[in-house]
Design a protein around this ligand. Structure first.
Ligand code: ZN
Length: 101
């Protein structure tokens, strides 16, 4: 578990999350250039919201890779999430869950 002291080093804004959201699939497909990929990686390390999203993508890709039916509900959720991200309707601060006990 990362300690919360490093969180302030990164600026998480809906703009930044939307940027990451747009390239996340390419990132997971290893289609990004190294510089962009490392920026995405930094953001995913810091931003729980996008980190969870990356995990969801990975699960879906994994399901497809194994030729299983991907979870339709997860895909639907992902689509909605991406739409809201791009529309700037997601507030990253609501995903700050580090204060759970
Ligand atoms: Zn984010």
């Amino acid at each position: 578990m990362f300690s919360s002291r490093i969180r302030s080093l990164f600026i998480r804004t809906p703009t930044e999350c939307a940027r990451v959201g747009k390239v996340l699939q390419e990132y997971l497909d290893s289609e990004l250039d190294a510089e962009t990929a490392s920026q995405v990686l930094s953001h995913l390390d810091d931003c729980r919201q996008c980190g969870l999203e990356a995990e969801t993508y990975r699960r879906i890709k994994d399901s497809i890779g194994r030729q299983l039916q991907p979870d339709a509900a997860a895909i639907e959720r992902l689509r909605n999430f991406a739409d809201r991200l791009i529309a700037g309707e997601v507030d990253p601060s609501q995903f700050d869950g580090d204060d759970e006990v």
